[in-house]
Design a protein around this ligand. Sequence first.
Ligand code: C2E
Ligand code: MG
Ligand code: MG
Length: 281
Amino acid sequence: IAMYQAKKGGRNNLRFFDPQMQLAISARLGLELEIRNALDEQQFELYYQVQLDNSHAPLGAEALIRWNHPERGLVAPAEFIPLAEETGLILPIGLWVLETACAQLKAWQHNPRTRNLMLAVNMCAKRFHQTDFVEQVRSLVLANGIKPGLLKFELTESMLLDNMEETIETMNALSEIGVRISLDDFGTGYSSLQYLKQLPIDQLKIDQSFVRDIATDSSDKAIVRTIIAMAQSLNLDVIAEGVETEEQRQFLLDSGCTKYQGYLFGRPVPIDVFEKELNRN
Ligand code: C2E
Ligand code: MG
Ligand code: MG
């Protein structure tokens, strides 16, 4: 165990065994088994958080995974997605998310109120680079009879950097299918103007860390204005996440951003609650 810890820390390292290490490993192993089990037992659920425009008209939602753990209750993705990525369990989980989202889009087709809602799905690097990913998307879109433009993938900047050539190929294939691509947490990674120009990206999603202090912090103001201006001049759509106050929304609007997501408008909620809220407006 100490040797693996030393290797993990890079080369020429030294680690002494500590019982804590054993505990951490057992806990991880336990969690891994539980995640496997959760898939079989259908303990995962998609929550939906509304995205809307300036006139408060709902444009769609972001699908966010939750784990209904029999003992721990509702578990947030930050607590299991990283391990799922490391162990490869993100592949079956991600497929389940995509299948569920496509089934939802299909169900929405029957109702004029929901027919044009877009659904955004979060993507991770491992799945994006999986060889049959594009095929999965194509066949799910076809099988569910979905308008491809209503399905949106949220990628992060860091995902684009590793294996640039393959990334370009996959993104072009996705855009041929007609699905949309949004860059999540924009501004927190290595924002490269080169890829913004080259890749078929539809939307930038301004990270919530910039939105948080937008009303008070002058550098956050400047960063957000710059992102919006850049999106506009590159003909990209732009949306802000983590909008919690009216002040933040007003600043975004004054700066030219007219699409929002955040607690000010709605928290991520189960599908029945989401649809109830839609009907209320
Ligand atoms: P993300 O895609 O950037 O999602 C936004 C996160 O911000 C969500 O947390 C959401 O609940 C939260 N949020 C939304 N509005 C507000 C707000 O006004 N204020 C604040 N403080 N927070 C807000 P959540 O649901 O815990 O998800 C965290 C991350 O987990 C996501 O970040 C995404 O990277 C990942 N994730 C979620 N679902 C999936 C999934 O199905 N697949 C993969 N690969 N990752 C997922
Ligand atoms: Mg997201
Ligand atoms: Mg984000």
